[in-house]
Write a protein that binds this ligand. Structure first.
Ligand code: SF4
Ligand code: SF4
Length: 203
């Protein structure tokens, strides 16, 4: 079972380049590619230049959504960001040496660092398509997403739900049956076939 630091390591060290969304001046979603530079117990760090529209949006909105994919693994993260100025800037340049060519010498003074400080994350791994795994995690004061499809005590163990489940992830050895939350696709197939009305999506 992976924990938050495991997911952040995948995000920063394995995937690294992400697509980050904010809202533009017209109220439309806008995205750009941003590298995630560092992580620690306090969050994830990235940087941008003060002259960019992205910087202005971060300062006004203080919130981002991002998605990133590498191979068959993907992470999404949404939550609050805070500007920490030049704190960690040199550490980022040490750890990510390519930045020294993009912003050589003192030109790095154009940059400021942001920390994703409270966010909910989702992880998907479809390397084995017949055995998809998913996970949720949280940074800072945010709580991991709960919800998903759950089976109530009205279940009679008939097994109709399992017959339409693409991931075969419903345990019928117990009554009520139990959905494996680390494998459920949230497709909803099981809901209409249940004669007992026992399956519902929790928000
Ligand atoms: S279809 Fe409904 S009643 Fe039948 S095993 Fe699944 S949850 Fe239980
Ligand atoms: S929502 Fe889809 S994947 Fe999840 S248990 Fe139901 S049928 Fe299976």
């Amino acid at each position: 079972m992976l924990n938050t630091q495991d997911y952040l390591k995948i995000l920063v060290e394995d995937i690294h380049s992400t697509v980050v969304a904010t809202i533009d001046r017209y109220g439309h979603p806008v995205t750009r590619c941003i590298d995630m530079m560092l992580y620690d117990d306090n969050g994830v760090y990235f940087l941008t230049a003060k002259g960019k529209e992205f910087y202005t949006q971060l300062m006004e909105q203080r919130y981002i959504s991002l998605s990133a994919i590498s191979g068959k693994r993907c992470i999404s993260l949404a939550g609050s960001v805070e500007n920490i100025g030049r704190e960690k800037l040199d550490e980022i340049f040490l750890k990510n040496a390519y930045m020294q060519d993009i912003y050589p010498g003192n030109t790095r003074s154009a940059l400021e660092v942001f920390r994703i400080c409270a966010a909910q994350g989702n992880f998907f791994d479809i390397s084995d398509p017949g055995h998809v795994t998913r996970g949720t995690f949280a940074i800072g004061k945010a709580s991991p997403e709960t919800g998903g499809y759950k089976i109530s005590g009205r279940c009679n163990g008939c097994g109709k739900c399992l017959s339409v489940c693409p991931q075969n992830c419903i345990d019928l050895s117990r009554t009520p049956a139990v959905i494996d939350q680390n494998r459920c696709l949230h497709c909803g197939n099981c809901v209409p076939v249940c004669p007992a009305g026992a399956i519902a999506k929790e928000m």
